[in-house]
Every structure is written in structure tokens, then in C-alpha cells.
Design a protein around this ligand. Structure first.
Ligand SMILES: [Zn+2]
Length: 234
């Protein structure tokens, strides 16, 4: 399995890695800083550099437990050392947005006990679905205001790991209505101060002061017990 270096250092923009396998345009590395789409966070893009050749990485997916880099062009030989470079502007915006999403979800949960039923981070617009029966524009504005107040407290974000056994003892670590995958034995925890602590595999900033401010775009009624907020960050 590829070492997902971004889980412990989300600020790495470049990394030397070795090509483990090449199958057409699918490349597997021994370690990577490219985030594979998952948990509502879109994949990174960037380049893999071999000497003076640049191979564009246009997509990154997790397939059967492997992180697959979809590379344009061919000529990357197995066993060679390469340099990975991610599109940092895109990634950093997604990091800020991911932290914003956790804080917003926590603000909603503190007022309603809602669980998160879905969501997707975007560069310009993100969405979050949660399990409440009613949602007015005013309420949504209140959630966003509470989240912005929390962000303004300059909370540090820390990540650490729990064993499955330790993790099971604290159900509050799961904020998703669908639960947490059973097969994961070493559970990564992302703590935003003590405002939000949950199991998560995404990339986050180090302090909420990096996030900026959340703006409410609109709300949508997705049916009984399912309301959606569209938001962006400054
Ligand atoms: Zn998350």
C-alpha cells in the first residue's frame, strides 16, 4: 500500500517517490502527496517529474485499496525515482474548505444534533447535507455565524491515531450518518481545538485562522430529514 504522506503532513507540496507499477496511464508510487478523491474531498492534480520530463497527473483515485495516479503520456519506468508536485493553490483551498466543513457541521450538530448525510467540497462552492426536518434561511445563517465565530477563535488542528478498540469506545468521533468503514484498524482523528473531534482521512489546515470566513450561498430541501447548505469560503 502506498504511504499516504499527506495524512501526517498536509503542507508538503513536493515529494520524491519511486514508481511501483505502471499499467497504461495508471501509476502507483511507493509514497504520495496526491490526495485520492474520497470523504467528500476531490483529488489533487499536479505533475510527476522524471529528469526534465513532466507527466501531468489529471486524476487520483483509490481503487481496491491502491492509490492510482492517472498520468497523461507514457514513459515512466518502474523502479525510477520521480518528484511529485501537487497543484498547491487547489489543494490549499480544499484544505481550508475541509476544515471549514468540519466546523460548520459541528456548529449545526451543536444546535440540532443532526448527523451529516452527505457533502462535497468544491473550489468555488461546497455543499453539506444533514439530517434535520426543518431548515429556514435564518437558521442556516445562524449556523454559519456560529461556525465563523468558532473559526475566529484561531483553533489549532491536530491529527492523531486511535486503535479500532479505542475508537469504538467513543461514538462521538463519528459524525457521518452512514458510520465509519469497519475495515480501518488504525483510525485517524482530526481535532479542531475541542470544537470538533472526529475520524477523518482528509487534509486540513493547521489553524482555523487560515480558513477565512464561511459564506452561505443557499439552502435546499432534499426531502424529509435531509437539508442541504451550499457555502463558500473567502
Ligand atoms: Zn472531513
Amino acid at each position: 500500500m502506498t504511504d499516504q504522506v499527506y495524512l501526517d503532513d498536509s503542507y508538503l507540496k513536493e515529494l520524491e517517490a519511486e514508481i511501483v507499477s505502471v499499467d497504461g496511464n495508471k501509476v502507483v508510487l511507493d509514497k504520495t502527496i496526491f490526495y485520492a478523491t474520497g470523504g467528500g474531498q476531490p483529488n489533487d492534480v499536479g505533475v510527476i517529474v522524471k529528469d526534465d520530463l513532466k507527466f501531468v497527473v489529471s486524476d487520483v483515485k483509490k481503487e481496491e485499496g491502491e492509490i492510482i495516479h492517472y498520468v497523461e503520456g507514457s514513459g515512466l519506468p518502474i523502479g525510477d525515482k520521480v518528484i511529485c508536485k501537487i497543484d498547491w493553490e487547489r489543494r490549499y483551498k480544499l484544505m481550508r474548505t475541509h476544515t471549514a466543513a468540519h466546523v460548520l457541521a459541528a456548529a449545526i450538530a451543536k444546535k440540532t444534533n443532526a448527523m451529516i448525510t452527505g457533502g462535497e467540497l468544491g473550489l468555488d462552492k461546497s455543499k453539506m447535507d444533514f439530517s434535520v426536518d426543518e431548515l429556514s434561511n435564518e437558521q442556516a445563517q445562524e449556523f454559519v455565524k456560529a461556525a465563523n465565530e468558532a473559526l475566529a477563535k484561531n483553533l489549532d488542528i491536530n491529527t492523531y491515531y486511535k486503535t479500532r478498540e479505542e475508537f469504538k469506545k467513543d461514538p462521538s468521533l463519528v459524525k457521518l450518518a452512514k458510520g465509519f468503514p469497519e475495515h480501518i484498524q488504525k483510525v485517524r482523528i482530526v481535532a479542531i481545538g475541542d470544537y470538533d473531534i472526529q475520524a477523518d482521512g482528509g487534509t486540513h489546515v493547521k489553524n482555523t485562522k487560515e480558513v477565512g470566513k464561511i459564506n452561505l450561498i443557499k439552502i435546499e430541501n432534499k426531502g424529509k430529514g435531509r437539508k442541504r447548505i451550499y457555502y463558500s469560503i473567502d
